[in-house]
Design a protein around this ligand. Structure first.
Ligand code: GLN
Ligand code: ZN
Length: 764
C-alpha cells in the first residue's frame, strides 16, 4: 500500500485568521490567551483538513516563522534578547519584529529596545525567514515544549502525527555567524540537542520525524557534504524513523550522499526533479522509504492525474509500501482553499487547485495506486476534462500572440546607437544639470488615495470621479516636485495599488483571486496574480495618466512601467510552457506600451525590474540560462525606442557582484539602485567592472522614517564618485516612496536636491 503525507500546511488560515489575530495582539486588542487559542483552533482545523493523509505534519505551525521556532527549540536566541524578563512568546515576537525602547509593553523599560532579527528569502520562494544568529561561543539548549505540546494536541485529535523539524545542517546553513566564525564548527554542539529532541519525540509516541534538509538541492562544498554524514550518523537511532526531506530542486552532486545517509526515508520533489527519479530509484537502498512529491506545492494548477499515474504506477509496483506520495514541498507556498473564491471565472477556477484541493488530488492518486484507477474513475474523468479544457481553451491560446512571439528577432532588443551617441542626443533634448535629481516613481499612498480606490472598486465612485480624484493626486505630486526643483519628474503612481497587479488587471491572460493569499513573512501575505494564458495588451495602460502629468509641467516626465521579469516573478505562472515564453509574451506587451509612451511625447521611460535578481535559480550553474532570457526580455521591452528617448530601469536589491555583466547588457541609459543603507559599499563592484552607462545610487533610505541630511547625502554621493565618473551619476532615493508620508518625503527630498546643488557647485 502506498502511503500519503504532506510536508506542511499553510498556517495563515483560509481567511487569514492568523494574520488578524497576530495584528490584534500586537496592538493590544486581544489577550495572549486569545491569540494562543486562535493558533490552536487553526492547527485543529488544518489537521482535520488533512485527516485523510496517512501522516499529518505537526510542528509546521508557527506564530511568526518556522525557522525562528527552530531557534527557540534549540535555545539559540540572539544575545540581545537573552536577559528578557517577560514570557517566551513575547520574546519570540521581540526577535521577530524588534521592539523600541519607547514601546508600551511591560518590559520596555527594564529590558530596553531590541533590533529585529534579519530577514531573508527562504530559498527561491517569496517566504522570508528570520536568520539564526551564531558566534563561535554559541551554546544550544533544548526546549521541546512547543513540539511536545502540539504532538499531544494532535494525538488527542486522533491524528497520525509526524513531527516536522528543520535539519541541523540546513539550520546552520541558513544562519549567519556574527563574528565571522565557521558555522560548521557548531555542528558537534548542535547534534546532541537534535538527538535529545528526537528521543523526546519518540518517547511521546512519534514514530517518524520529517527532517527538512532543502540545502541538498544546492551546490555544496566538501565540508558541507561531510557535515551531512556526521549529522545523520550521529542521529541514527532505533527509536525514531527519519524521513529526510529535500525540495525545490534536484540533488545532482548530492544525490549519492542523500541516498546513502543512514535515514529511513528520503523525500524528493518530483515536480522539480522529475528526471532524476530513475537515478534515485537505482541508488536508494531497498529498505528505505521513497517519498515522491508528485503535486506541485508552489503553484496553483490542477495536477494531470492520469499523466502522473502513468509514470507513478510502475514505481508503486516496484516499491510497494516503501512508496509514499506527497505534495512537492510544504503547502505553505500555496493558498489555502479554492472553494472560498466567489468571483473567479468559473472556467479558470476549474483549472486550479489550492492546498485543500491538492490534498484531495493526492488522495485520488493514492486510491488509484492502491485499488486501481477504476476505483476513482469518476474523479479521474473530471480531472481529465478540466486538464483538456484548459489545454484547448481560447482563453489560454491566442494564435496572434504565438505568431508575434515567433517573429521576435535579436534586433528588437538592440538600440539604434551605442550609449555614448544616445547620451549626447538625450542631453541636447533634456538639458539636465550635472547630478540630475529624480525619484523612483511612487509618492505616498495617502488615506485619500486608498479611500478613493476602494470606493471605486465598490462601485461608489464612477469612472469620471475616480479619474478626477487621481488627477488631483497627480497634480499635487507634480506641484510638490516643482517646488522641490527636482529635474526629472514622476506622476506618483497614485492610480496603482500594486506595481504588478496594476498591469495584470489590464492585460489579457491574467486572473485575480480574492483569497489566494500566501504568507510572505510574519503576518504579511501576498496575493500573486494568476498568469493563465497568452498575454496581450488590449489597449494602452499608462499613456493617459502620464500624458496628463506631462501636460502639467515643462520638466521631463518619466513614464513608469513594470518590466516583464518582475511581473513574471511576482505572479503564479503557467506550467504548460517555460517561464521564458511567458516572459517574452509580457515583454512584447510592455514593449508596445513603451512605444506608445514615446509616441505620446514622453522622453524618459523607466521600466522597473525590482525582482530580476530574486528570480535567480538556486544552483549557480543555471544562472546563465535564466539571465539570458530575462535580460533579453528586458531588452525587447525597452530597446525599441529612438536614440533620443532615455530608458531608465530600477532594481531594489543591488548585490550585483555576480550578475553585473548581465545588468550592463540590459543597456538601460540609467539604472537606479538601492545603496544608502550599505553606505555605498554595494558599489564596490564598480571598482572592477566599468559600468558603461549612467547610475543613480540611492542616497535616501526609504525603508526608514529618518530624514537624511544634506551632508549625509553629499558624502554618500562623494563615495559614489570614487567608483563612477561624476558625469554619469544621478541623485535619487533608494526606491519608491509609497509607504512614506509627505511629511517625511518633502524635507528629505529638499535635502536631496540641496545635496545635488552642493555637488554641482563643488564640481565646477
Ligand atoms: N516604481 C515603483 C515605485 O516607485 C518601484 C517599486 C519597487 O522598486 N519595488 O513604487
Ligand atoms: Zn525598489
Amino acid at each position: 500500500m502506498v502511503s500519503t503525507h504532506s510536508l506542511g500546511f499553510p498556517r495563515i488560515g483560509a481567511k487569514r485568521e492568523l494574520k488578524f489575530a497576530l495584528e490584534s495582539y500586537w496592538k493590544g486588542e486581544i489577550s495572549k490567551e486569545e491569540l494562543i487559542a486562535q493558533g490552536a483552533l487553526l492547527r485543529q482545523r488544518h489537521w482535520k483538513d488533512q485527516s485523510s493523509l496517512n501522516w499529518v505534519p505537526v510542528g509546521d505551525f508557527a506564530f511568526y516563522d518556522q525557522v525562528l521556532d527552530m531557534s527557540f527549540t534549540l535555545g539559540n536566541l540572539p544575545e540581545r534578547v537573552k536577559d528578557f524578563h517577560g514570557d517566551t512568546l513575547d520574546n519570540y515576537f521581540r526577535v521577530a519584529r524588534g521592539r523600541s525602547v519607547a514601546s508600551s509593553d511591560d518590559h520596555a523599560q527594564c529590558c530596553g529596545g531590541v533590533a529585529a532579527g534579519e530577514m531573508t528569502k527562504w530559498f527561491d520562494t517569496n517566504y522570508h525567514y528570520i536568520v539564526p544568529e551564531f558566534t563561535a561561543s554559541t551554546e544550544f539548549k533544548l526546549d521541546s515544549s512547543r513540539l511536545l505540546e502540539q504532538l499531544a494536541e494532535a494525538k488527542k485529535q486522533g491524528i497520525n502525527a509526524k513531527p516536522v523539524i528543520i535539519g541541523p545542517v540546513t539550520y546552520l546553513w541558513l544562519g549567519k555567524a556574527k563574528d565571522g566564525s565557521n558555522k560548521l564548527d557548531l555542528l558537534s554542539k548542535l547534534l546532541p540537542i537534535y538527538g535529545q529532541l528526537l528521543e523526546e519525540l519518540a518517547n511521546h509516541g512519534a514514530q517518524w520525524t520529517q527532517i527538512d534538509e532543502p540545502i541538498l538541492v544546492t551546490e555544496l562544498d566538501e565540508d558541507w557534504q561531510h557535515a551531512f554524514k556526521q549529522a545523520y550518523h550521529h542521529l541514527r537511532s532505533n527509536k525514531m524513523k527519519i524521513l529526510l526531506a529535500t525540495y525545490f530542486g534536484s540533488l545532482e552532486d548530492n544525490r549519492y550522499l542523500a541516498c546513502n545517509l543512514p535515514v529511513d526515508g528520503l523525500h524528493i520533489d518530483a515536480i522539480n526533479a522529475r528526471e532524476e527519479i530513475p537515478l534515485i530509484l537505482n541508488l536508494l537502498p531497498i529498505q528505505k522509504v521513497l517519498s515522491l512529491g508528485v503535486i506541485n506545492g508552489r503553484n496553483i494548477w490542477k495536477t494531470d492525474l492520469n499523466k502522473t499515474l502513468d509514470w507513478l504506477e510502475p514505481i508503486a509496483q516496484k516499491l510497494g509500501d516503501k512508496l509514499w506520495i506527497a505534495p512537492s514541498c510544504s503547502l505553505l507556498h500555496s493558498p489555502v482553499d479554492l472553494n472560498s473564491e466567489q468571483k473567479l471565472d468559473k472556467q479558470i477556477q476549474n483549472w486550479l487547485a489550492f492546498s485543500a484541493q491538492k490534498l484531495a488530488e493526492l488522495e485520488v492518486l493514492a486510491k488509484a495506486l492502491n485499488t486501481g484507477r477504476q476505483s476513482v474513475s469518476e474523479q479521474l474523468a473530471l480531472n481529465q476534462s478540466a486538464i483538456e479544457a484548459r489545454r484547448n481553451s481560447l482563453l489560454v491560446n491566442n494564435p496572434l500572440v504565438k505568431d508575434a512571439l515567433s517573429k521576435i528577432k535579436p534586433k528588437m532588443g538592440e538600440r539604434e546607437s551605442h550609449y555614448e551617441v544616445r547620451a549626447a542626443k538625450q542631453a541636447a533634448i533634456l538639458r539636465l544639470p550635472k547630478y540630475p535629481t529624480t525619484t523612483i516613481g511612487s509618492f505616498p499612498q495617502t488615506h485619500e488615495i486608498r479611500q478613493a480606490r476602494s470606493q471605486y472598486k465598490a462601485g461608489e465612485l464612477n469612472d469620471a470621479d475616480y479619474r478626477k480624484a487621481m488627477e488631483h493626486e497627480i497634480a499635487r505630486s507634480i506641484n510638490e516636485q516643482e517646488n522641490l526643483e527636482l529635474d526629472v519628474l514622476v506622476h506618483g503612481e497614485a492610480e496603482r495599488n500594486d506595481m504588478v497587479e496594476y498591469f495584470g488587471e489590464q492585460l489579457n491572460g491574467y486572473a485575480f483571486s480574492q483569497f489566494g493569499w500566501v504568507q510572505s513573512y510574519g503576518s504579511r501575505c501576498v496575493k500573486p496574480p494568476i498568469l493563465f494564458g497568452d498575454i496581450s495588451r488590449p489597449k494602452a495602460m499608462t499613456v493617459d495618466w502620464i500624458s496628463y502629468a506631462q501636460s502639467l509641467t515643462k520638466k521631463p516626465m518619466k513614464g513608469m512601467l513594470t518590466g516583464p521579469v518582475t511581473i513574471l516573478n511576482w505572479s503564479f505562472v503557467r506550467d504548460d510552457q517555460p517561464r521564458s515564453v511567458s516572459c517574452y509574451q509580457l515583454a512584447l506587451a510592455i514593449r508596445d506600451e513603451v512605444l506608445d509612451l514615446e509616441k505620446a511625447g514622453i522622453k524618459v521611460i523607466q521600466i522597473d525590474e525590482a525582482a530580476l535578481r530574486e528570480g535567480l535559480p538556486l544552483r549557480k550553474s543555471q544562472w546563465k540560462h535564466y539571465l539570458d532570457w530575462a535580460v533579453e526580455s528586458f531588452r525587447i521591452t525597452a530597446n525599441g525606442v529612438k536614440d533620443e528617448t532615455q530608458v531608465h530601469t530600477h532594481m531594489c536589491y543591488s548585490e550585483f557582484n555576480d550578475i553585473i555583466e548581465a545588468i550592463a547588457q540590459m543597456d538601460a541609459d540609467v539604472i537606479t539602485i538601492e545603496t544608502s543603507r550599505s553606505d555605498m559599499e554595494l558599489l564596490d563592484v564598480f571598482d572592477t567592472f566599468k559600468y558603461p552607462n549612467e547610475i543613480g545610487p540611492g542616497v535616501y533610505d526609504i525603508h526608514s522614517p529618518n530624514i537624511p541630511t544634506q551632508n549625509q547625502m553629499v558624502s554618500l554621493m562623494l563615495k559614489a564618485t570614487e567608483r563612477i565618473p561624476a558625469e554619469r551619476l544621478w541623485v535619487n532615493p533608494d526606491c519608491g516612496l509609497k509607504t512614506r508620508q509627505w511629511l517625511e518625503v518633502i524635507p528629505a527630498l529638499r535635502n536631496m536636491v540641496e545635496a545635488a546643488k552642493q555637488l554641482r557647485a563643488h564640481a565646477s
